[in-house]
Design a protein around this ligand. Structure first.
Ligand SMILES: C[S@@+](CC[C@H](N)C(=O)[O-])C[C@H]1O[C@@H](n2cnc3c(N)ncnc32)[C@H](O)[C@@H]1O
Length: 289
């Protein structure tokens, strides 16, 4: 796989540098960047060409309050690498959500190591894919799923990453799950994690929202944790594929973008039913009329 490389330049006082780097890494993640490295050239970010959301990045940088940052868009190809390699080798700490659900790395923990009071255990082995619950956006969507009645429902998981959201839904009783992701590794990893959790009613396909044009089925619940511009572009199709009175949960964007998403949803006939924010990230739940 090929990566584009971008050099970021931060103009901040030395004692603000770490906070600025953390914030910039978050902003760039929202624009599709997978990894940051400190190199001799500076702070270097890598993104798969088709996942770069340049508009989100430009806008975030323009609104960056404490620092001016410059990105050189003369990007180079970078070698194929597994950015998560080191992190995957060490695993991630179990993550508890709402005292109900624990997400754990099955390569490093076994069910007996987990807190006893969690009614839902979800094993995830991330391989080159996003979605462990360590990120605020994933956690907020899982929280929403825990509060929905999913028994017997059909769920669509857009940009499924590790498959975590579909797997949680299936374990909460969803009758079927269709996941899709533009990234092949994510498709493979979702299928692997579904098997790991004994989930048999989850289908995962490679592609973007256009794959839904051929889909005959309608969904009671649609979840999408991607980024603002993809959410805005694909929302009309998701609404079309949602049953009347169905639910759409969106995350992957900053709370400052909430008004734009709420407005877009309203024009498509959706009503906002719940709103969450965590460390600057947002999650919105809508009901179809
Ligand atoms: C932020 S991750 C979310 C993963 C997981 N659903 C979660 O909530 O943790 C976004 C995922 O969307 C995928 N993606 C990005 N653009 C996409 C698009 N246009 N259509 C489908 N998937 C896309 C990425 O490959 C990535 O796996």
């Amino acid at each position: 796989m090929e990566y584009l490389k971008a050099i970021f330049t931060l103009n901040v006082a030395a004692n603000d540098e770490q906070a600025a780097k953390d914030l910039l890494a978050d902003l760039a993640a929202a624009a599709g960047f997978e990894a940051f490295e400190e190199s001799e050239e500076g702070l270097t970010g890598y993104v798969q060409p088709h996942l770069l959301d340049k508009e989100t990045l430009d806008e975030a940088i323009a609104n960056f309050p404490i620092v001016s940052a410059r990105i050189e868009y003369e990007m180079e190809e970078a070698e194929n690498r597994n950015w998560n390699e080191e992190w995957e080798a060490n695993g991630f700490e179990p993550i508890c959500i709402e005292n109900k659900c624990v997400i754990y790395d099955a390569r490093h923990y076994s069910p007996e190591d987990l807190p006893a009071n969690m009614s839902l255990q979800v094993a995830i082995e991330p391989r080159q894919a996003f979605g462990t619950g360590t990120h605020e956006t994933t956690r907020m969507v899982v929280q929403q799923l825990l509060n929905l009645q999913l028994a017997g429902k059909h769920l669509l998981d857009c940009g499924c990453g590790t498959g975590i959201l579909g797997i949680v839904a299936a374990k909460l009783g969803a009758e079927s799950v269709l996941g899709y992701d533009i990234d092949e590794w994510s498709v493979d990893n979702s299928l692997h994690n579904a098997t790991l959790n004994g989930v048999e009613n989850m289908v995962v396909v490679k592609g973007d929202a256009t794959a839904l044009n051929a889909e005959k089925k309608y969904f009671d619940v649609v979840v999408a944790n991607i980024n603002r511009n993809i959410l805005l572009a694909d929302l009309p199709l998701w609404v079309e594929k949602t049953t009347p009175k169905g639910t759409i949960v969106l995350s992957g964007f900053y709370q400052t973008d909430t008004p734009i998403l709420v407005e877009a949803a309203k024009t498509l006939g959706l009503a906002l039913t719940s709103q969450k924010e965590l460390d600057g990230w947002a999650c919105l739940t809508f009901g179809k009329q």
